[in-house]
Design a protein around this ligand. Structure first.
Ligand SMILES: NC(=O)c1ccc[n+]([C@@H]2O[C@H](COP(=O)([O-])OP(=O)(O)OC[C@H]3O[C@@H](n4cnc5c(N)ncnc54)[C@H](OP(=O)(O)O)[C@@H]3O)[C@@H](O)[C@H]2O)c1
Length: 360
């Protein structure tokens, strides 16, 4: 496989630090540029993050002495050093739209974790096992942007990375009619640790700004279809969500209730989860989990602390499937929010785009 030089925009943040760990020894990607805000620019990576390194693994030595660029002011320099960039920044939506489009227009593809472009009609929002064909919209996006190489591809929100993969293959067989979901989300999802957010110790906060809308609406783009030069949103299934912040460092849990057009048996559901494979597994992409959907028979599983790192944090853990009195079935599921839900999902999407020739 060809090697690609890559940049991390937002390298100092919670997701950026995850990217640094995942990319430091990646078989296809070499990190050649790190960028963040003007506050970090000019410092080495080690200097910029040493007081706020939030990962349990140490800062990768081969990235420690790279000097951070200013993501906006140094764009010409950055794009000269890389084949494409990963982007995870905490900025206002119009500023993120401008930043990502600027990189794309400099012929530098952007794989983004930010929400700003998720509903841009010709920007694919991809969970690689579920809707890989949405990347076929990229030529239409390039036409709109007037680029030859540059484009933006995004991953979906971390809250839905467990329940949407569990439901998507069931919908194909049995027609998912409606779903109610309550999520129990880790503090790293807000870019925080317990040191930086002590109010979260021994506490639950029943509000995460914008999260319920994302959890209900983004699945409709995943379920959408390419129509001409846009991805048309599906108008079903129906989702309703409540999202709670819980005192957990990493890992988003979801309690799911689902009703189908044709109610499956419990065994049929388990069989579909067990046998589910996607394009990343077929292509054997470096970050593809061997078994994406993993069902646990024990009543007290999955547990956030025990299961969030399954297959390098790229697999989904499911448990407690049983019939419900109001919906057909209920179950719980779990995924690692900064791995599968953020940086890992971004890396897997980039691997898919490379394998399909979009980064050449
Ligand atoms: N955390 C998660 O689990 C998760 C999951 C999915 C998606 N996301 C998304 O990923 C993005 C980053 O989240 P995070 O949790 O990593 O946030 P974070 O820890 O607050 O980090 C924010 C990053 O953005 C950079 N930044 C801020 N203003 C900037 C500017 N004007 N120009 C360039 N860079 C700037 C920061 O650089 P400085 O250090 O220089 O300030 C830092 O690197 C957000 O859009 C978030 O919604 C997060």
């Amino acid at each position: 496989m060809k090697k690609y030089n890559v940049g991390i925009i937002g390298a100092t943040g919670m997701v950026g630090q995850r990217f640094a760990l995942l990319l430091a020894n990646h078989p296809w990607f070499t990190v050649t540029a790190l960028a963040a805000s003007a506050r970090s620019a000019g410092k080495t990576y080690k200097e910029a993050v040493e007081s706020r390194w939030a990962m349990t693994d140490p800062l990768p030595e081969n990235l420690a002495d790279l000097v951070i660029y200013d993501a906006t002011a140094d764009i010409e320099k950055i794009v000269s050093l890389v084949d494409f960039v990963f982007c995870a920044v905490d900025m206002k939506k119009p500023d993120i739209l401008a930043l990502e489009e600027n990189y794309a227009k400099h012929e530098c593809p952007v794989v983004s974790n930010n929400s700003a472009n998720r509903f841009t009609p010709d920007v694919p929002m991809v969970i690689p096992e579920l809707n890989p064909e949405h990347i076929n919209i990229i030529p239409a996006q390039r036409k709109r942007l007037g680029t030859k190489r540059g484009f933006i591809a995004v991953k979906s929100n971390c809250s839905l990375q467990s329940y949407v993969p569990a439901l998507f293959p069931l919908d194909k067989e049995f027609g998912l009619e409606k779903c109610l979901v309550c999520t129990y989300q880790a503090i790293s999802g807000a870019g925080k640790t317990f040191e930086r957010w002590p109010e979260m110790i021994d506490n639950v906060i029943p509000y995460i700004g914008g999260e319920e809308e994302k959890s209900e609406r983004e699945p409709l783009k995943i379920w959408g279809k390419i129509e001409g030069d846009r991805i048309a949103l599906a108008n079903a299934p129906e989702f309703t969500a409540q999202c709670l912040r819980v005192p957990v460092s990493d890992g988003h849990m979801a309690a799911v209730f689902a009703t189908f057009k044709n109610k499956p048996t419990k065994d049929q559901i388990l069989e579909i989860w067990k046998n589910f494979r996607g394009v990343p597994q077929e292509l054997n992409l470096p970050h593809a989990p061997k078994q994406f959907l993993n069902y646990f028979e024990e009543d007290n599983m999955p547990q956030t602390k025990l299961n969030r790192n399954l297959e390098g944090g790229m697999a989904v853990s499911i448990g407690r499937l049983r019939e419900d009195t109001q919906y057909d079935y209920k179950f719980v599921c779990l995924s690692h929010n900064t791995l599968r839900g953020a940086a890992g999902g971004g890396v897997l999407l980039a691997e898919l785009l490379c394998a399909k020739g979009y980064m050449d």
